[in-house]
Ligand binder design. Structure first.
Ligand code: ADE
Length: 280
């Protein structure tokens, strides 16, 4: 996979040289190219921003350097036989970045990231490239960062670990929280390793029972407990068809009830806790 990042802070992307992403680069599984947006400015001050039309606080990134940067990167990829990149614009106004989107992006041969600083990029850039490319405006969470570079690091790591051969153990993302499949839509429960006793704390007996069925059931129960505690919204939307008798009993013990005549096609809450208000 080729990955281009255009930024006014190339040094912010240094972490792409270490750990999983760094190793994937060294092995040739990822071709990462970080570009300084100011290389595509032509004035003495290398200006990339200007005041917003209509007034208001802050500055807006000018369209011309972005246009030149993206055209030049697209031409360089095309010269190397690539067709069109997928453009990712991190912004708190974008659609939420999820594991499902990470999986989708991991299938693309070429991603270009356009992280903004200031109040964002002149809208015409998104419109222009939206007509040429697949463009995703993506938010990594409901908070506002000073710029999109940290979001690029987050998205890159989530995508890179899904590329074939990047994670040591091919099994290791099968059970990820949010991975489609086995423990779909449940958070992962706690994990333990040696020693069996640490500071007077032992590990749950079941994990050394050698009984795979009981271990799997225990892990599922813990996943439900953790999800109920930390992400009640996932329990509310949980598909009753994926639950067995034991799951239902545990959810009842945790205070959940199946709501009659809800969910399904409407996508509303299917479970609720009568003693608590519905989560936002
Ligand atoms: N830029 C600033 N805040 C951001 C966020 N939450 N997600 C993505 N990009 C951002």
């Amino acid at each position: 996979m080729r990955l281009d990042v255009v930024t006014i802070f190339p040094e912010y992307l240094e972490p792409l040289n270490v750990s999983l992403v760094g190793k994937a680069r060294a092995r040739g599984q990822l071709d990462v190219r970080v570009h300084d947006l100011r290389a595509w400015t032509h004035d003495r001050h290398n200006t990339v921003d200007d005041t917003p039309y209509g007034g208001g606080p802050g500055m807006v990134m000018k369209p011309e350097p972005w246009g030149e940067a993206l055209d030049s990167i697209m031409a360089s990829g095309e010269a190397e036989g690539l067709v069109k990149p997928t453009l990712i614009v991190p912004t708190p106004s974008g659609r939420p970045f999820t594991q499902a989107l990470a999986v989708e992006l991991a299938e693309r041969p070429w991603l270009v990231f356009a992280p903004a600083r200031y109040e964002g990029i002149d809208r015409r850039v998104i419109e222009e490239y939206g007509e040429l490319l697949e463009v995703h405006e993506v938010s990594i969470g409901d908070y506002v960062l000073a710029g999109g570079e940290a979001a690029v690091l987050v998205i890159t790591e989530a995508v890179a670990r899904l590329l074939p051969g990047v994670l040591g153990n091919a099994e290791s993302h099968r059970d990820d929280s949010f991975a489609p499949g086995a423990m779909a839509d449940l958070l992962e429960g706690p994990v333990y390793t040696k020693p069996p006793e640490w500071r007077g704390r032992s590990i749950p007996e079941v994990l050394i029972s050698g009984h795979h069925g009981r271990i799997a059931r225990w892990r599922r129960d813990e996943a439900f407990r953790r999800t109920s505690e930390n992400r009640p919204d996932l329990i509310e939307r949980c598909d009753p068809a994926t639950l067995d008798k034991h799951d239902r009993a545990l959810l009842a013990e945790l205070g959940w009830e199946e709501l009659p005549g809800t969910g399904g096609a409407t996508g509303g809450a299917r479970f609720g806790r009568p003693d608590r208000p519905v989560e936002e």
